[in-house]
Design a protein around this ligand. Structure first.
Ligand code: MF3
Ligand code: CO
Ligand code: CO
Length: 276
């Protein structure tokens, strides 16, 4: 049985109960999420052929440090980087290293800053130089999948409505939805209840209530949905090595819909895409 609790008077561990945040929590999340969004905006002019993912990661660390913010991924469950950089067939949790980005790559950069104890979690796709039409289309489909998921958020709907909106659209576009990773409650904890599946039916999952804060972060593949995790224990790749994409927003449920905390101040949430 699912239960909800007042975020202000609850212990800070994931007990499976769902926190309902008030105006103070929403304000704190705006601050954390906007720092993350500004960092991702800056990265649009850094990503280029010949740039190492470690260079991106260092920028993420320093941009945060300048504002007194630490990346949540640093030393998280043994992860030692400030970001995840997932290239081409890497679904998520790609580890920044000395490898250089190449013309035609598509890369997801996922950043979570902790500001005053609150977590702002977002990721975007970046094209590296000129990319193929198939890659551009996958990014378009994935971005639109996220937007349709967000449009399904309102009090009274279930989390399954988000997954259904994403899956219905992505599969109609002949793409597949990764099942092995999901969105998550977020706030003073990095990964909290509930899980937000990116597939399913509208009558499944827990009921959304005003004050809930969570991420939606669909991973969409051009090929089959199956993934495997490499020997490093983190890097998740498509089993069929097909191209994959992901966009992530952090949202808070409002009286009649949701507020997207991680909107790009520069209008660069989907660099390289002409959105219509
Ligand atoms: N930011 C990722 C998410 O969207 C989590 C990364 S955890 C890490 O939930 F350890 F891989 F960095
Ligand atoms: Co997340
Ligand atoms: Co993330």
């Amino acid at each position: 049985m699912v239960s909800y609790l007042d975020a202000q008077s609850a212990p800070l561990k994931n007990t499976g109960q769902i926190r309902l945040h008030g105006p103070e929590g929403f304000e704190a999340m705006r601050k954390a999420c906007q720092l993350t969004a500004r960092c991702l905006d800056e990265l649009a002019s850094i990503v280029a052929p010949g740039v190492a993912t470690n260079t991106i990661d260092r920028f993420v660390f320093e941009f945060g440090a300048d504002q007194g913010a630490l990346p949540a991924t640093l030393n998280y469950r043994g992860y030692t980087k400030s970001s995840c950089t997932s290239i081409n067939h890497v679904v998520c949790h790609g580890i920044p290293d000395d490898k250089l980005l190449r013309e035609g790559d598509i890369v997801n950069i996922d950043v979570t800053y902790i500001v005053d104890g609150w977590h702002g979690d977002s990721s975007r796709m970046y094209p590296v130089g000129e990319i193929k039409r198939a890659a551009e289309r996958l990014m378009e489909v994935t971005h639109e999948s996220l937007m349709r998921g967000i449009a399904a958020v309102r009090p009274g709907a279930r989390t399954g409505a988000i997954g259904a909106a994403i899956q219905t659209y992505a599969e109609a576009e002949r793409c597949s939805v990764v099942r092995d990773f999901c969105g998550h409650g977020v706030g003073q904890l990095f990964h909290d209840a509930p899980n937000i599946l990116h597939y399913g039916t509208p009558n499944e999952g827990v009921e959304l209530r005003e004050g809930m804060i969570f991420t939606i972060e669909p991973m969409i593949n051009l090929g089959r949905p199956h993934v495997k995790v490499l020997a490093d224990g983190w890097t998740a790749v498509t089993r069929d090595r097909s191209l994959t994409a992901q966009y992530e927003h952090t949202v808070g449920v409002t009286k009649d819909g949701c507020e997207v905390f991680t909107v790009s101040p520069a209008g660069l949430f989907a660099p390289g895409l002409k959105l219509g």
